[in-house]
Design a binder for this molecule. Structure first.
Ligand code: ADP
Ligand code: ZN
Ligand code: ZN
Length: 749
């Protein structure tokens, strides 16, 4: 009997056995996407193994119901998924799901028929548009006689392949005439096809200019080209200061990979914030890139998935999920801004896309490039121990100096004319001066909302969320409400203290909303915009950034969203309102994060022709993150911080597994945590340090009490054994308890 091991999206650690009916024998192969019945449900899964054998006695082995068309997963990808599952101790069925086309990922319970997933949604009319496509023939004699524009257009088509005619007319006003000529020579074909509805593809593209590389860029290009050509799997750390032209290096490497017939995965943090970056790739490579992002319609996503699978498109750009792109023949895996914590998935399968990028590249014999201005200590450690080859871009590409940094010690320096200490006099004057000079300003504040707390002046109580151990933030723009940033609970602003009923309550602290309001009053003629999660999810963020680029904004106020790699050449002043905020997190990475944030936000200044200035306000000017940050001294910081981590035995000198346990009843949660800690300790041996259980720093969320246990060891095998004991123990906990393990956790809450 032919049997198949199938990974189905159920929380079981192993794959399930199904029978392969004769009529599906040809299609139900390794990697195939299949539909299987499980109880009364029909689930989509992936075939891990097909073999001849007998089913286990006593079990009724059901047949595979259906094989989905559109392609099986590449063998390399399936093998990779199995390793991800094993590394993170995560059920294989849930890991495999990460690689399925998105709507198949979601289609589980209600699925009765799968056919509808692949049909065109009814009522959606597809618009047909004209495309130009290079043919395989050339006509050297006639081509030599063409005008410069015609030769340029033909070269572009040959480089990027099929392109909408409308796009070509953006670059060459006479494109239509040129194309007719090229068609008559037989070197170009004009065809009609469905218009692409992807919003990323709708925008006009910037003009792509291949730049003369700087010497360090050239060297990086040379090394990566050599690695790609030799087919040797080698990982690299592309360490380049902000504005050093890392993107150009990525593009050159992708070009080389394409030339060798190899495909590329490029991961960027938060794709919704980076359409500008994406459009640079599309300007270079045309529609030969697939951009995976949440703004796509289900149909678009499926179309992308399929064209990647078929190899019609050989570059996948996306956030962390691009890691699982169904590309064959992966030759290059790039992680841009590798230090960014958004590469860590914080729910479901808690994988780190940067770490797994190294693994997928290694297994696929591909070249891996981790790019950043502020290497994570993990990557830095790998570079220092020779496991990553460092490529340095020590200077900005257009020879601009790094911005001049000023530290404002808030302990001694007072408020400017607004009376608010968070806009100190030096910062106020700098904004004034920059406005007068016509420059743009970015002000960074890591707190959204109006005021982060409402405190009783009589007894000191802070208004907190009824469901979480978190203070409520006052939001003014949304109608004077108090909101919890953890569970989104909202309530009206109270005029009495909940505890002592005093009416003497006051808003405390500064959020982006209030900062915007205060600035508007202080600089009435300035055009001010705000960028944070309250005004901008996804596409709206890009609208704000587009306005900044169009110079319709003088001052941009925002949270981390303003720090993320944007290339805004007219920004000449950056203000960091409260540099200490990131340091108060209960997390061994707090200093690292504060440093990265500071360097990244400062890196937004002075990317154009005018030098930039940065004002950093702090109550703790002697903190290492700040001392090194204001000198742009990344190597100095990592050296100091690595030493610190080594002494404390923290990653990258050890590995950590965090076990999180929660339940509505505090005692139930605590008992369960004790139980798991016991299992961890018994399996741990000497080499693993088991800490806890202790209440989580966020002790209550959504009405559930949370405890955590930290396992830490420099010995990978012992740590794994201990974590595995915990995983095996979880199913025996009371059903009201939720627990999971987080391998290499990033969020320590
Ligand atoms: P990074 O990703 O390292 O922050 P970018 O790739 O965004 O830097 O480059 C910063 C700016 O420098 C961009 O405007 C880019 O077009 C420009 N640039 C990159 N390489 C060169 C070069 N070799 N010559 C001139 N300008 C360049
Ligand atoms: Zn009170
Ligand atoms: Zn809450």
């Amino acid at each position: 009997m032919r049997l198949a091991k199938i990974a189905l999206p159920v929380p079981l650690p192993h794959a399930l056995t199904y029978q392969v009916p004769d009529k599906l024998a040809a299609t139900c192969v390794h990697g195939a996407r299949v539909v299987c019945a499980m109880g009364s449900r029909r689930l989509i899964g992936v075939v891990l193994e097909v073999y001849e054998g007998e089913p286990e006695p006593g079990f009724k082995t059901r047949p595979v119901a259906e094989v989905l068309d559109g392609g099986s997963l590449p063998e390399e990808l399936v093998a990779f998924l199995r390793e991800v599952s094993s590394y993170y101790l995560a059920p294989i069925g849930e890991v495999v799901r990460l690689a399925l086309p998105p709507q198949e990922r979601e289609a589980t319970e209600s699925l009765t028929t799968t056919a509808s997933l692949f049909d065109k949604p009814k009522g959606v009319a597809t618009r047909m548009v004209a495309y130009a496509e290079p043919t395989t023939s050339s006509a050297p004699d006639e081509e030599a006689k063409l005008t410069g524009a015609a030769r340029g257009l033909l070269a572009k088509l040959r480089a990027v392949g099929k392109t909408p005619v409308a796009r070509l007319t953006e670059e060459w006003s006479t494109a239509r005439n040129i194309l007719k000529k090229l068609e008559s020579l037989g070197v170009v074909a004009l065809v009609k096809d469905e218009a692409v509805q992807d919003p990323f593809f709708a925008e006009p593209l910037p003009r792509d200019e291949e730049k003369d590389l700087t010497a360090p860029q050239k060297e990086a290009e040379r090394v990566l080209t050599e690695a790609l050509v030799s087919g040797e799997s080698r990982p690299y750390l592309l360490h380049g200061v902000t504005g050093s032209g890392k993107t150009e290096v990525y593009m050159r490497a992708i070009g080389v990979a394409k030339g060798l017939g190899k495909s590329t995965i490029l991961m960027v943090p938060e794709i919704a914030l980076t359409p500008q970056l994406v459009s640079r790739f599309r300007a270079r490579f045309g529609d030969g890139v697939a951009v995976l992002h949440s703004g796509l319609t289900p149909k678009e996503r499926l179309r992308m998935w399929r064209s990647l699978r078929k190899g019609e498109v050989d570059v996948a750009i996306g956030a962390r999920s691009a890691l699982f792109a169904p590309l064959e023949n992966v030759g290059l895996v790039i992680v841009d801004e590798e230090h960014d914590s958004s590469f860590k998935q914080e729910e479901g399968v808690r994988y780190h896309a940067r770490d797994m990028a190294l693994l997928r590249a290694h297994r696929a014999s591909a070249v891996c490039v981790l790019g950043t201005a502020t290497p994570s200590l993990e990557s830095e450690h790998l570079a220092r121990t020779g496991k990553l080859v460092r490529l340095s871009l020590p200077e900005r590409a257009r020879a601009q100096a790094l911005p001049k940094m000023h530290v404002v010690d808030l302990r001694h320096i007072g408020a400017g004319p607004t009376g608010d200490k968070r806009i100190s006099l030096p910062l106020h004057r700098a904004i004034e001066k920059n406005l007068a000079a016509g420059g743009q300003t970015i002000l960074f504040l890591n707190r959204r909302g109006f005021a982060p707390a409402l405190r009783c002046q009589a007894c000191g109580t802070v208004a907190s969320c009824p469901n979480c151990s978190v203070a409520l933030t006052f939001h003014k723009a949304k109608g004077a409400i108090m909101r919890c940033h953890t569970c989104d609970h909202e309530e009206p602003l109270q005029s009495n203290c909940v505890k002592c009923k005093s009416r003497d309550v006051a808003l405390e602290g500064l959020g982006t909303e209030k900062l915007e309001e205060t600035l508007a009053a202080a600089f009435p003629t300035a055009r001010i915009a705000r960028l944070d999660r309250d005004v901008a999810g996804g596409k709206d963020a890009e609208k704000v950034l587009a306005k900044v680029r169009a110079r319709e904004v003088d001052i941009l106020v925002g949270t981390q969203m303003v720090t993320k790699g944007h290339d805004l050449p007219e920004v000449t002043l950056v203000g960091v309102i409260a540099a200490d905020a990131a340091l108060t997190m209960p997390d061994f990475r707090a200093s690292e994060r504060a440093f990265q944030l500071l360097v990244q936000v400062a890196g937004r200044a002075g990317r154009g022709d005018t030098a930039g200035e940065v004002y950093v306000q702090t109550y703790d000017p002697k903190h290492v993150s700040l001392l090194f940050g204001v000198r742009h001294d990344t190597m100095g910081f990592v050296a100091a911080e690595l030493e610190n981590r080594r002494e404390l035995g923290y990653p990258p000198f050890s590995r950590v597994v965090l076990v999180r346990v929660d339940a509505v009843d505090e005692d139930v949660a605590k008992l369960a945590a004790l139980e798991l800690a016991g299992l961890a300790r018994r399996a741990a041996g000497e080499a693993v340090y088991v800490l806890g259980p202790a209440p989580s720093p966020l002790a209550r969320v959504r009405n559930r009490h949370r405890f955590q246990i930290m396992l830490r060891s420099a010995d990978r095998a012992s740590l794994r054994a201990s974590a595995l004991a915990v995983v095996r123990g979880i199913p025996s906990l009371p059903r009201t308890v939720r627990a999971h393990v987080d391998v290499d956790p990033v969020q320590m809450l």
